[in-house]
Design a protein around this ligand. Structure first.
Ligand code: WTA
Length: 680
């Protein structure tokens, strides 16, 4: 049995198990006004994308793009589960997101950059300006760094216009970018640099977050050291200045290694670089994410399949028209930002907003002021942000003259009460809402209502989108019938163009973790035998809508950010006093879930606030502040089975104020009451 499958059995608690189950909700209908303008209103689309039309139906996706050489084979599925889409085609992602729009849209805003300080003016970058800046940077990356197609570059950049510019400059050259969320620590960045073997790190000296100008350059220095500890050398660190011409970080430049990009760019003024046309299956980027085992894994996404997928879904699920102003409040450091701030919207020539700051800073009216002033009409965010905005300013949206035709929620299950506030107050009852369920691995949406076709149901994502055929299996691999009311493991029956191609340098883990579980025959060459395991629990209602319950593995979804419990535990174990560590998810009113960290210490050591703080600091330095445990609870011993396994289920029950159930079969049942007392 595979390592990941067996680790599944070792997990005693899953988010699904402690998920709150809510009752069936009534439907909400999209307005006639929305339907009248929607890109997709023909229910016949589902017939067009039925399984018997697979895979040729996906031609419609590819045809939204410009191909320098048109592809020959829609899907080469001869080597499952390594799917190759649009084989024979050659394409460049940057050309599709920038150059091809110049003829009609060169004067249109591509990116509205909204700095966090309200005193700073919004920057509006036209498609022409984007073209110029991307070309100059591509020339620098090629000529100064010697980068070429297939090389990897790590980006550790905040939410600034330079981030999409850098991504597109890489894409222009066929250089594979790996953007690491700016909130991740220098060490976390370093391990991603070494795994991807990037010789170049691109970062920014500082950025604004919740009223502070944070020193970000210091993380680059830590990252380079961390990579060196893995035996990997970084040759160049390119640093954007948050304020060109001014240094905003006290951390000094390292001579011979560090270069200020905006200064060096002067040498490349006016240069043009032809987009490098690459095979459709060449990688576009890596996105590291947490999984069931310790180390984050680099999900590899293709140029052709990925771009076709995010473009189609942006057009028909996000309902983006060229005249729309679209704002996705996610961070580009996550997959949502890659697919639905940068690649999808720009491939459609939309205007996409990049916001540097925190939505509730300086107050919960900030997003609505931005929406009003830029006349944003499509808005996209996470349940965590919606919950925070609702708590901090339940009436704020009513004070502003913004009007959304469309809103998205993504990343976590949304409670129906929160959904209704989003609809009634933020959306003023006018906007349609799509609750989109998907993952880093899937490139784009999997389940959602089609906004011009389906009614909405608060708390439910909806059916599979056109071309996606989900199925729920129980643990034995038996399909749960529609409307059974039973929870199981949601899978996708068929490959789709947005699916990641492999885990960087670890194809075995890719097969094991996503396809081995329900594979009908490991030797089969038929894609029908290889359902994709998403790693979420779900129920399907009688109307076909899916409700996602949460992870079935040891991943915790904190404020929509995916964290591996194993990563947090490993960080705790780096503290010399700690001998055992166990992380459990705790329900949180705003963030959905937060981690509680239980630890036991070396014999003879007494618990102290100092040790607890040291453990917490280790988690922040290894991963980042987003992983900081709610509580570090130092216990005399972990609750264990007779075979010595830590019973996380018991710890999770205690942390969530629930009854841990029958603990009499534990090796040390007496410890449970002690832990209950400590966790209070
Ligand atoms: C969860 C984010 C409920 C799910 C795009 C998934 C959701 C994980 C939803 C992926 C949703 C995402 N409703 N849960 N609409 N969307 N999730 O890779 O557990 O950061 O497996 O991708 O987020 O997180 P990731």
């Amino acid at each position: 049995m595979s390592e990941d499958n067996s680790s599944r059995h070792a997990v005693d608690v899953s988010e699904a198990q402690i998920a709150v189950h809510w009752r069936e909700e009534a439907y909400f209908s999209p307005s006639n006004r929305f339907i009248a303008q929607a890109n997709l209103t023909d229910p016949g689309v589902f017939e067009r994308f039925s399984l018997d039309k697979f895979p040729e139906c996906f031609k419609e996706f590819a045809d939204l793009l410009d191909w320098s050489k048109y592809w020959e084979t829609t899907l080469d599925a001869s080597n499952p589960p390594f799917w190759r889409w649009f084989v024979g085609g050659r394409i460049n992602a940057c050309h599709n997101c920038v150059d091809r729009h110049l003829a009609k849209h060169k004067n249109k805003t591509a990116i509205h950059f909204v700095p966090e300080p309200e005193s700073e003016a919004v920057q509006h970058l036209t498609y022409q300006e984007l073209f110029v800046r991307v070309n100059e940077l591509a020339a620098l990356l090629r000529d100064f760094c010697g980068l070429k197609a297939g090389d990897r570059v790590t980006l550790h950049m905040p939410m600034v216009a330079e981030l999409p510019i850098t991504m597109l400059a890489c894409a222009r050259l066929g250089v594979i970018h790996s953007q690491v969320f700016s909130g991740f620590s220098g060490k976390a960045c370093g391990s991603r640099i070494s795994d991807s073997e990037s010789r170049v790190l691109i970062t920014m000296d500082a950025y604004h977050r919740a009223g502070q100008l944070l020193d970000h350059k210091e993380k680059a220095d830590i990252a380079v050291v961390a990579a060196a500890e893995d035996g990997h050398r970084v040759d160049k660190v390119l640093i954007w200045q948050r304020y060109p011409g001014k240094t905003s970080s006290p951390t000094k430049l390292v001579p011979g290694r560090d270069v200020v990009i905006n200064e060096l760019l002067a040498t490349y003024r006016g240069q043009r670089v032809d987009p490098v046309q690459l095979p459709a299956e060449a990688p576009l980027f890596l996105m590291y994410t947490s999984g069931t085992t310790g180390r984050p894994k680099g999900c590899q996404h293709s140029i052709g399949g990925y771009l076709a997928y995010v473009t189609w879904t942006s057009k028909y699920i996000q309902d983006i028209h060229p005249e729309d102003v679209y704002w996705c409040m996610a961070d580009i450091g996550w997959i949502t930002g890659h697919s639905y701030i940068v690649y999808g919207p720009l491939a459609l020539a939309a205007s996409s907003v990049v916001f540097e700051g925190v939505p509730t800073h300086p107050d919960a009216g900030r997003p609505w002021r931005i929406a009003e002033s830029l006349d944003v009409n499509i808005f996209h965010t996470s349940p965590t942000a919606i919950r925070a905005l609702r708590r901090n300013g339940p009436d704020e949206p009513t004070k502003y003259q913004h009007h959304f035709k469309h809103m998205t929620t993504v990343g976590e299950p949304i409670e129906p009460e929160v959904w209704k506030w989003y609809h009634r107050v933020v959306g003023k009852g006018e906007a349609v809402i799509v609750d989109t369920w998907w993952q880093t691995e899937t490139g784009g949406f999997l389940c959602s209502t089609v906004p011009g076709i389906h009614p909405m149901k608060p708390g439910s994502a909806g059916p599979g989108i056109p071309g996606i055929h989900p199925v729920i299996y129980d643990d034995e691999g038996v399909e749960l019938p529609i409307g059974s009311g039973r929870a199981g493991n949601i899978c996708i029956r068929n490959p789709w163009p947005g699916a990641f191609q492999t885990i960087w340098k670890d194809p075995e883990r890719y097969v094991r973790q996503y396809y081995a579980r329900y594979c009908r025959d490991p030797n089969s060459k038929d894609w029908r035998d290889w359902p994709y395991l998403a790693g979420d629990g779900a129920v399907q209602a009688a109307d076909g809508y899916y409700r996602i319950l949460g992870r079935i593995d040891d991943v915790i979804n904190v404020a929509g950010h995916r964290l591996g419990t194993k990563e947090i535990e490993s960080a705790a174990l780096l503290v010399p006093e700690v001998v055992e560590a166990a992380v459990v998810p705790v329900a949180d009113e705003i963030k959905g879930k937060v981690p509680d960290l239980y630890v036991s210490l070396k014999p003879g050591l007494a618990a102290s606030a100092e040790i607890a703080n040291k453990i917490s600091a280790s988690v922040v330095s290894e991963i980042g502040a987003i992983a900081r445990p709610r509580h570090v609870i130092i216990v005399p011993d972990m609750p264990k089975t007779r075979s010595g396994k830590i019973m996380r289920r018991v710890l999770a029950a205690i942390s969530n104020g629930q009854d841990p159930g029958d603990v009499s079969t534990l090796a040390n049942p007496e410890v449970v009451d002690t832990i209950k007392g400590l966790a209070k």
